[in-house]
Design a protein around this ligand. Structure first.
Ligand SMILES: Nc1nc2c(ncn2[C@@H]2O[C@H](COP(=O)(O)OP(=O)(O)OP(=O)(O)O)[C@@H](O)[C@H]2O)c(=O)[nH]1
Ligand SMILES: [Mg+2]
Length: 397
């Protein structure tokens, strides 16, 4: 499978190379960085997962990290938001294999002797903070992480700031686990109700079968609850050979559909329409009606609705003028000397020859460049379609 994923990333690179010819840099930025991240992910071990704790401030992310790693690694606080920089913990022996990848993401990784060897756990700043950069950090980091553990508490599990993020990530359902923390503050009955309602709210976001785990990671009294269940759920993901594949496929599928949208439809009737256009524009130019010809050509280019044709649009008046010169009319018009007019018109090319030259000129100046833009887009669209089909064939396997 690994080779197939590498092959798929090569296809994505080829598609990106075509996209660079057709689309603006900022349109392909996110896809390019996704390709880079996916490649980097394939380079680190697949017998461990990087899981990040995300969610609102005070929900208990740092407390869960401490409970799982068995040490007080992260600050747990009363002054919110407590965590402002992401922090990862890993078993000392695994640090070497992931520190490069995490370093690229700006995440410091520290050793925790009792952390499971198959898990690198990242404590993220909150997702609902007034500190906007936290949210930004979370949004840019999440695509690089294998599993996200969304942590909520009994008061905030229906918060829009959490659910708006989930709705954008439904394709990644298989890489998400939900935790309802601080259940020690609820009665037995209340726990079941809130867990069920959390599941309902996630269903409303578009998730088919979300995993919701009730925990009390750091209750003021009594033992921690549910942390083992969470570890078990994460272990299932870590040992699922299809998990990483599913994540990368979902990422690439998302990239392919974004590119497909931007590549747009190329319009199969272009050749028929352009043939009629050139005939009509040439007739107008032949009659000296250059302004209506310019308007007609401009309207046609605009009707194609492609920003890449803007440069051609601006060349239309000059191209019409060049075509008009092919009729020889400017000379005839400028001449007041009737004898010269007579000599010129006798030696002037026939009307049919003139019209052929006008058509040729319009084609060379405007239609051929339009064809080139459309050809590049068609190539991109074909490449994107090929990419999507390959993803689909691997997804259903
Ligand atoms: N009652 C109860 N309190 C908890 C539990 N887990 C955490 N807390 C408390 O909730 C508060 C916030 O916990 P943190 O772990 O710092 O929460 P956080 O999600 O990391 O918060 P930020 O870093 O601000 O995003 C602390 O006072 C914890 O002691 C729990 O299971 N039960
Ligand atoms: Mg914290």
């Amino acid at each position: 499978m690994r080779e197939r994923l590498v092959g798929l990333l090569e296809k994505l690179d080829l598609t990106l190379a075509l996209a660079k010819e057709v689309l603006d840099e900022d349109q392909i930025d996110s896809t390019a960085s996704l390709a880079k991240t996916a490649r980097a992910r394939l380079a680190y071990p697949d017998d461990l997962i990087i899981a990040a704790l995300a969610g609102g401030t005070g929900s208990g992310k740092s407390s869960i990290l401490n409970a799982i790693s068995g040490e007080e690694m992260a600050d747990v606080g009363g002054v919110r938001p407590t965590t402002s920089e992401p922090l990862a913990v890993a078993e000392p022996g695994r640090i070497g294999s992931v520190s490069g990848y995490l370093d690229e993401l700006g995440i410091e990784v520290v050793p925790a002797a009792s952390a499971p060897s198959w898990l690198v756990l990242v404590d993220l700043p909150d997702t609902d903070s007034v500190e906007v950069e936290h949210r930004h950090l979370v949004e840019t980091l999440l695509p690089s992480i294998d599993v996200v553990v969304w942590v909520a508490d009994p008061e905030k599990y229906r918060d829009e700031s959490l659910h708006s993020l989930i709705r954008r990530l439904t394709a990644h359902e298989g890489q998400m686990v939900f935790v309802l923390n601080q259940v020690d503050r609820l009665s037995e009955e209340g726990r079941a109700q809130v867990v069920a309602d959390f599941g309902v709210s996630l269903g409303e976001d578009g998730l088919a079968d979300p995993t919701v785990i009730a925990t009390a990671a750091n209750p003021p009294s009594g033992p921690a609850l549910g942390v083992d269940d969470l570890v078990e759920a994460l272990h299932r993901l870590a040992t699922d050979p299809l998990m990483l594949q599913a994540k990368l496929l979902a990422d690439i599928e998302g990239a392919a559909s974004t590119l497909a949208e931007m590549a747009g439809a190329t319009g199969t009737d272009f050749e028929t329409r352009v043939g009629e256009l050139v005939d009509e524009a040439s007739r107008l130019i032949g009659n000296g009606e250059t302004d209506p010809a310019t308007a007609l050509l401009t309207e046609f280019v605009e009707s194609l609705g492609l920003p890449q044709l803007d440069a051609i649009s601006t060349k239309i008046p000059a191209a019409v003028e060049t075509a008009y010169r092919q009729t020889g009319t400017p000379l005839r018009r400028r001449t007041v000397f009737s004898r010269l007019w007579w000599v010129r018109s006798r030696s002037a090319p026939s009307h049919t020859e003139q019209m052929a030259k006008v058509t040729e000129s319009i084609t060379a100046e405007l239609v051929d460049p339009m064809r080139e833009v459309l050809r590049q887009r068609a190539q991109l669209a074909a490449s994107v379609a090929d990419l999507s089909l390959t993803v689909a064939s691997l997804t259903t396997r």
